[in-house]
Design a protein around this ligand. Structure first.
Ligand code: NAP
Length: 284
């Protein structure tokens, strides 16, 4: 590798100290023997535009973008990939021929992880999404574009579920309904894939679950975007009820693997990235 110029990538967020991406991405670059490097940058919201111009000026290949910049960063980009446009947020920038293009790999990363880990067929799934925040929007758009049979969205603030359902219905062929949380007992029996996109159950509130355990049935695949703890109360109760379960760590890994592939044009060593992220989570 000596004599080769380092190709820079990284993360813009605020804060970024706890990100697992630098370890995951640098291990992947090293495994492939390519001269890339990934560094995390804490960028104050007032400085976001300057930081994005810095990518251009310094010749970075691209960056990931995380909270709180995923929506506001769009103002500083030259173009958006269609899925990022539909989601209304960007988590990956690619610097191509002087242009900064915004992508969103969160939803596709989620879908790739779900399919690899559970082997389900999406066209047969009646999906129930709990939550209507940024993560819900990304995965709902990707699942709808991947052709799931139907989708129901519920949220503590019902107006946000209605708005998300309406927006997805407008842009895809998937049948989407918004229902109230009080409808859960009627909806769960007909669902085949239940996804928690809320922060309920996340450390330190590990004894919380977004769904009463008695509603879970063994025809359900249960997926939780929360990855700390790795097995949330929801996933534990689902496992005990005989459900196939899917943890949020896979989404974290595969959104990064897809960004890696956009920057390098090479297949990401996703298993190695998973091992690195898993090790970081379980050794702290
Ligand atoms: P967000 O935009 O702030 O949305 C939060 C969602 O959680 C909203 O639907 C909110 O409902 C709901 N919520 C929060 N507290 C609640 C409570 N006590 N009871 C019921 N609902 C509650 O956040 P986000 O970016 O979508 O992230 C949501 C979760 O996904 C977080 O736990 C995050 O760590 C996880 N996540 C994981 C990955 C991954 O790679 N695995 C990626 C992104 C996010 P209201 O609308 O009523 O406030």
């Amino acid at each position: 590798m000596s004599g080769q110029q380092t190709i820079m990538t990284g993360l813009l967020g605020y804060p970024v100290e706890h990100s697992m991406s630098p370890v995951m991405q640098n291990a992947a670059f090293k495994q492939l023997g390519i001269p890339y490097y990934y560094a995390a940058f804490a960028v104050h919201p007032d400085r976001l535009g300057q930081a994005v111009e810095g990518i251009r000026a310094l010749g970075f290949r691209g960056v990931n973008v995380t909270i709180p910049h995923k929506v506001n960063v769009i103002d500083f980009l030259d173009d958006l990939h269609e899925e990022a446009r539909l989601i209304g947020a960007v988590n990956t920038i690619v610097h191509e021929n002087g242009k900064l293009i915004g992508y969103n790999t969160d939803g596709r990363g989620y879908v790739r992880s779900l399919l690899r880990e559970t082997k389900i067929s999406l066209s047969e799934q009646n999906v129930l999404i709990l939550g209507a925040g940024g993560a819900a929007r990304a995965i709902a758009v990707s699942l709808a574009r991947s052709g799931v049979a139907g989708m129901v969205i519920t949220n503590r603030t019902p107006e946000k579920a209605a708005e998300l359902a309406e927006s997805i219905q407008r842009h895809t062929d998937t049948r989407v309904r918004a229902l109230s949380l009080s409808d859960l007992p009627d909806v769960v029996p007909d669902s085949t894939l239940l996804i928690n996109t809320t922060s309920v159950g996340m450390s330190p509130n590990e004894s919380d679950s977004p769904v009463p355990g008695e509603l879970l049935h063994q025809r359900l695949v249960v997926s939780d975007l929360v990855y700390n703890p790795l097995e949330t109360k929801l996933l534990k109760e689902a496992r005990q009820a005989g459900c196939v379960t899917h943890s949020g760590l896979g989404m974290l890994v595969h959104q990064g693997a897809l960004a890696f592939e956009l920057w390098t044009g090479k297949e990401a060593p996703a298993e190695l990235m998973y091992e690195k992220a898993h090790h970081m989570l379980t050794s702290t």
